[in-house]
Design a protein around this ligand. Structure first.
Ligand SMILES: [Zn+2]
Length: 298
């Protein structure tokens, strides 16, 4: 039987590069160790890498999948937020990392922490790390690998917006925030009409209980839909969303959020209203309802 980290390495060896538009490529996530989508935006003069991966092995397999395309040389890597699965591969990147100033600051602080099992388990017990991330790290890395891990913090930081000129196109890194992580940044590729969402659409995962707030989510949805984009790539989804799918997701979240605001934690009234609006009350929907209820008053 394979050890867990060996299973991860075996899966990573087969990382497949996908193309979505003429200049945008992406590799799929790997749920078993929480590897996110990574991306490449290929300009005439340079290529922008999107995300710094969840381990050096993740980044190496991404670069190996990119190499046969013979793109222009990578010039920068855009980091969407500070969570480990988006930054722990940084030391394997051959280019400077660009991120929101809060991302850079937080990753610099993370670089000083001990990530071996004992310290990690202790932080989970203290409530400063969450069990989900700890468990996923243990799948991605052995204890010894985490002992050797060099966590690299982004060298270039911005506040609201950073543009990167790749020759024939100018990519935008836009700070959008949101419930998931206040430093969340998206990567917009004008012309090709693609938005790398990172995790900005997801709920506040580091909070107990996790939550969504209408106060932060609804303006975010408006902002994301205002991009002249045909495709949206959530960092943990197997497929990019078309604009229509993104609109449908946003509409569902708005409906659930406004219904919870109307009825508070009256589950019966919430589910009755959602059923009336044609929604199937499945596990996903119930989870979303709980997240919005947890976010009431936040
Ligand atoms: Zn995240």
């Amino acid at each position: 039987m394979l050890r867990r980290s060996e299973a991860v390495r075996a899966a990573a060896a087969a990382l497949k590069m996908n193309q979505i538009t003429p200049r945008v490529y992406w590799t799929p996530p790997f749920e078993e160790s929480d590897r996110p989508v990574m991306g490449a935006v290929v300009g005439e003069k340079g290529t922008l890498i999107v995300e710094a991966g969840n381990s050096p092995a993740h980044v190496e397999s991404f670069l190996a999948a990119l190499a046969p395309l013979k793109t222009s040389p990578p010039v920068f890597a855009a980091v969407t937020h500070w969570h480990w699965d988006h930054v722990f591969g940084g030391s394997a990147l051959p280019v400077p990392m660009v991120a929101h100033e809060e991302t850079a600051k937080t990753v610099a602080a993370m670089a000083k922490l001990n990530w071996r099992d004992k310290a990690l388990d202790q932080r989970v017990a203290e409530g400063t790390e969450i069990a989900f991330c700890r468990d996923m790290m243990k799948v991605e890395f052995s204890n010894a690998m985490r002992g050797r891990l060099e966590i690299r913090s982004p060298e270039i930081a911005f506040t609201d917006l950073m543009t990167i000129d790749l020759g024939d196109l100018v990519v935008e890194l836009v700070h959008v925030g949101g419930d998931h992580s206040s430093d969340s940044t998206v990567v917009f590729v004008p012309g090709d009409g693609v938005v790398f969402l990172g995790d900005c659409m997801y709920y506040a995962i580091y909070e107990d209980p996790p939550y969504y707030t209408t106060r932060r989510l609804f303006p975010l949805l408006e902002r994301l839909l205002a991009f002249d984009a045909q495709y949206y790539l959530p960092a943990h989804a197997d497929q990019p969303l078309t604009r229509a799918e993104m609109e449908a997701w946003a509409e569902e979240l708005r409906l659930i959020g406004t219904t919870v605001e109307r009825f508070g934690n009256n589950h019966r009234a919430i589910f009755r209203t959602l059923r009336k609006k044609g929604k199937v009350v499945d596990e996903d929907l119930q989870e979303n309802v709980e997240w919005f209820i947890a976010g009431l008053g936040k």
